[in-house]
Design a protein around this ligand. Sequence first.
Ligand SMILES: Nc1ncnc2c1ncn2[C@@H]1O[C@H](COP(=O)(O)OP(=O)(O)O)[C@@H](O)[C@H]1O
Ligand SMILES: [Mg+2]
Length: 229
Amino acid sequence: MELLKLERITKKYGQSQNITALNQFNLNVREGEMLALMGKSGSGKSTVLNIISGIDGLQKGSYKFKNQEMAKVKGDKMTVFRRDNIGFILQHFALIQDATIYDNIALPLRLSRKPKAEIKERVRKLAAELGIEKQLKKYPKELSGGEAQRAAIARAIINQPQLILADEPTGALDEENSRKIMEIFQKLNAQGNTFIIVTHDPNVGAMCKRTVHIKDGKNYETGGGEINA
Ligand SMILES: Nc1ncnc2c1ncn2[C@@H]1O[C@H](COP(=O)(O)OP(=O)(O)O)[C@@H](O)[C@H]1O
Ligand SMILES: [Mg+2]
C-alpha cells in the first residue's frame, strides 16, 4: 500500500523567493519501507521532511498522504494529523531540559489525554525496550548522547505513529551508538513502522532498505541506474 506521494514539489525561500530548496522533487513511499534520504548539506533533505510532516507548506506540486491531498489540510487539522501519524526525531534530541525523561516521553500521551495508568505502563514498557528504564527519573543533561537519543526516540514513537521521520538521527553519536539506534529502527520497522531517515552516513544508509539521493532539491540518480523516485 502506498503511504505517501510527493509529486514535482517545488519549495522556495527568501523574501524574493530566490532560494530554491526543492525543485520538482518526487518521492513515493509505501507502507513498511525503511528509506534513507541522502544528499549534501543544503540539498533539501530537511525541507522534504518538513513538507511531509506539514511543518512547511509547498508552493507547487502535490503531496498526498494515504491518497489525501495535504494542501487542503490546514491549521489545527494539520497539528492533529502530525500528532496522530508522524514521529519526528532530530539530530539534537530536542528533549525538554527541565522535565524528567519520564515526563519527556509521556508528553505526547498526555496531549492525547490518555489515562494516567496507561501512560505509566506504556512509558515503562517502551523505556525498557530501549534500555533506558533506569534513566526515567533523570533529567536530559544527566544522560549520555546515546541515551538521550533513545529517550528522544521513545518520545517520538510512544504514540505509535505509522511514519517516523528522522533528520540526521545519528549525527551527534559515535559509531557504536549510531549502530544501536539503527538496530532499534530496524526492529520497529520489522514491527510495521515506516521510516524515512535523512543521513550523511553511508553506514546508516546501508542499514536501510532503499536509498533516495537528492541534489540541489532534485532527485539525483547515482551510477547504479536505480531511479530514485
Ligand atoms: N527557513 C529557511 N529560510 C531560508 N532558506 C532556507 C530555509 N530553510 C532552508 N533553506 C535553504 O533551502 C536549502 C535546502 O535546505 P535544507 O532542506 O535544510 O537542506 P539539508 O537538510 O539537505 O541540509 C538550503 O539552501 C537552505 O539554506
Ligand atoms: Mg538538514
